[in-house]
Design a protein. Structure first.
Lengths: 225, 203
């Protein structure tokens, strides 16, 4: 495995991750074994272990990391296409909400094995998700809200979508552009006007000068271009 | 006799066996963690028999855990309400609330310990209580906002705004993120310049 070109190594990782998501969507995390993943990915168990020496735990970590990265890439694309700050925020909200709504593995886990994913969205850890989102999507908001303010704006969007993901409201459908725009225009956009952001508070943690993205579990993300 | 509010805020009749059992469970969890807390441990510590515990908590361990958590959450919000009572204005109420809530969560030894060691056992219960928590926060804030009258931006509906604020307050209680919620200056800016920016007319 060590002498494989990067492209091949990455493709095995993606195959394993895709296979895992397919299995989780059907049977959840507890019942997923490395043997199952290898079978689903049509490769040998040894291949899976070479790519993920940490076994199932490492596979799951990679699944989480890739899906957050994938969502952020989708959002970044929508941000690039947005004409105004409000449009950008609305697009970020709806894109995220649709991603969550359509994500069968996530839906299974939230419904049947919440203990698997809630820790990453809870006390002391959700901050890493906010930071990853800010690092990956902030640059795509900078032209609309300024480079300094972009990470703060991303965190507002992230707080909103995580709140509705974990505690839905029957009367609010964030996959619907009108509902998303009502919330964004009423509560979010006014908080992000130049006046409100004129003196952004100091970042609570030391600002990172690394170009890599903070990870969900402590291991480094790979920021794929 | 405790009234509805007392029960909601976890203030039961003294020496009530149900309350003793919940307290014993909370203490045992504090010492041994959730996974290693059994009905027998709790019964022994509460000075009652197993059968008694099951009579009050027929759902067993999971129900006991769920109710320990619900009681702690209710007590937290009871203390939060007392902390912000008498605030001179709405923004100050939110500032005091956020500062107090953040400090209380950070200093809550049992919570921090369980979050560190067994979050997967705790968080599903907290998440299950979130709809009720949001409703309580919303119902608390709505009349306070409605009272603000012309100070609110045109078109703002008190209940919808209270719903939004409830969600964001809970979000910040869970994690301050980029904001330093230990710093009253930062919290003041968060509340007045951002949380309330779309709700109140600018001063």
């Amino acid at each position: 495995m060590d002498n494989l070109p990067d492209a091949d190594r990455r493709s095995i990782e993606h195959r394993v991750i895709d296979a895992s998501l397919s299995l989780i969507a059907r049977h959840g995390v507890a019942r997923m074994s490395v043997a199952d993943v290898a079978r689903e990915a049509r490769c040998g168990r040894a291949t899976v272990y070479r790519a993920f020496p940490g076994g199932k735990a490492q596979v799951l970590e990679a699944v989480g990391r890739r899906e957050v990265t994938r969502l952020c890439a989708l959002v970044a694309g929508r941000l690039d296409a947005a004409a105004t700050l409000e449009d950008a925020l609305v697009a970020a909200v709806t894109e995220s909400a649709r991603f969550f709504a359509d994500h069968r593995a996530l839906r299974f886990v939230l419904a049947h094995e919440p203990g698997v994913v809630l820790p990453y969205l809870g006390f002391g850890r959700v901050d890493r998700v906010y930071r990853a989102a800010a690092a990956l999507t902030g640059p795509h908001l900078a032209r609309l809200v300024g480079a300094d303010q972009a990470p703060w704006a991303v965190e507002w969007v992230a707080r909103l979508v995580v709140s509705y993901l974990l505690t839905p409201d029957e009367g609010v459908d964030l996959t619907d552009e009108a509902d998303a725009r009502r919330l964004v225009a009423t509560y979010l956009a006014p908080a992000l006007t130049p006046a409100a952001l004129a003196a952004p508070p100091a970042d609570a943690r030391l600002s990172s000068t690394r170009s890599s993205v903070p990870s969900l579990t402590g291991a480094e993300y790979v920021h794929e271009q | 006799m405790p009234g509805a509010r007392d029960i909601a805020y976890g203030r039961g009749v003294p020496d009530d066996p149900r309350a003793r059992i919940l307290t014993a469970a909370a203490e045992w969890i504090g010492r041994r963690g959730i996974a290693r807390t059994t009905i027998d441990d709790v019964a022994r510590r509460a000075g009652v028999g197993r059968a008694t515990v099951y009579r009050y908590f027929p759902g067993g361990r999971e129900q006991l855990l769920s109710e320990v958590i619900t009681r702690e959450v209710a007590r937290f919000f009871g203390r939060l309400e007392r902390e912000v009572e008498g605030s001179p204005d709405f923004a100050t109420l939110l500032e005091r609330g956020l500062l107090f809530a953040h400090r209380t969560v950070a200093d809550h030894e049992l919570l921090q310990k369980v979050v560190e060691t067994e979050p997967e056992r705790l968080l599903p219960h907290l998440s299950a209580s979130a709809p009720l928590v949001l409703a309580v926060l919303r119902d608390y804030l709505t009349p306070l906002l409605a009272r603000e009258g012309a100070r609110l931006r045109r078109g703002i509906d008190a209940e919808s705004a209270a719903s939004w604020l409830a969600r964001m307050v809970l979000s910040f209680i869970i994690d301050g993120g980029r904001w330093d919620l230990d710093d009253p200056v930062a919290v003041r800016a968060l509340v007045r310049d951002q949380l309330l920016a779309g709700i109140f007319e600018h001063a």
